[in-house]
Design a protein around this ligand. Structure first.
Ligand SMILES: Nc1ncnc2c1ncn2[C@@H]1O[C@H](COP(=O)(O)OP(=O)(O)O)[C@@H](O)[C@H]1O
Ligand SMILES: [Mg+2]
Length: 237
């Protein structure tokens, strides 16, 4: 493993029942970087993140966080080992308040103590403070996304996984979220694994790209040298 790697996925095979989705997926997330996986619908991006989180079983291969093998740990232990997860579609509990939704993130923390304080989360996302007592379901899509990120941050993860955080939200809030991701990397040293479909947003925040097709990585490269034309053609179809 490269010295700067914090999370590595090595030759992972995973399936739903009989149907294999990940075919030897390989990837590494460098410390203090935003690593982004792009690829068309249905290629297995969400399955990859769920597999890292222990929500889909690994059939073959290995997943390491730092020097720890987390491949077969139960999901809550993976969270407690320091991986925060912002699922596709956000999964906010609509009847619980913003505050209660945030507190749910503490379950991922070993002593139920905040790793990043509630106040710091409100500094990142002021709207959450203003709406603290409102039901999560009353928030706009973009606000719910901020809440989902806050919920994943409160336990103080070292790696944050985000699954299409800009899906269905206003461009202005997407830009804000991109800026927050860069701040988390710069100020908190958090490493990010982002799954994204929007090339413009991804280019704005990413250090290192992977392109995924049919259950494995088919291209990778530094953001500055990555060939986006080919990617655009792929994603367009
Ligand atoms: N719970 C599930 N049970 C069975 N098949 C699934 C399930 N979730 C996703 N799939 C299938 O796995 C493939 C990959 O899906 P997914 O990982 O969601 O792709 P992506 O996030 O890249 O759009 C798709 O063919 C999808 O239909
Ligand atoms: Mg998906």
């Amino acid at each position: 493993m490269h010295q700067d790697t914090i999370l590595s996925v090595n030759r992972i095979r995973a399936s739903y029942g009989e149907s294999t989705i990940l075919w030897g997926a390989d990837l590494s997330v460098r410390k203090g970087c935003v690593t982004t996986v792009m690829g068309r619908n249905g290629v297995g991006k969400t399955t990859l993140l769920k597999t890292i989180m222990g929500l889909v079983k690994v059939k073959e291969g290995e997943i390491r966080l730092g020097d720890r093998d987390i491949t077969h740990l139960p999901s809550y232990q993976i969270a407690r080992a320091g991986i925060g997860y912002v699922p596709q579609g956000r999964e906010i509990l609509p009847r619980l308040s913003v505050y209660e939704n945030l507190r749910l993130g503490l379950e991922a923390s070993p002593q139920y103590k905040a790793g990043i304080s509630e106040e710091e989360i409100y500094t990142l996302f002021p709207i959450l403070k203003e709406f603290r007592r409102r039901p999560g379901g009353n928030l706009s899509g973009g606000q719910q996304q901020q809440l989902a990120i806050g919920r994943a941050l409160i336990s103080g993860p070292s790696v944050l996984l985000l699954d299409e955080p800009t899906e269905g939200i206003q461009p202005s809030i997407a830009i804000e979220i991109g800026n927050i991701l860069r701040r988390l990397v710069a100020e908190k040293g958090i490493s990010v694994l982002l799954v994204e479909q929007k090339i413009d947003f991804a280019r704005h925040v990413t250090d290192y790209f992977y392109f995924m097709d049919r259950g494995k990585m088919v291209r990778e490269g530094e953001a500055g040298t990555f060939d986006f034309r080919e990617l655009e053609e792929h994603i367009a179809v």
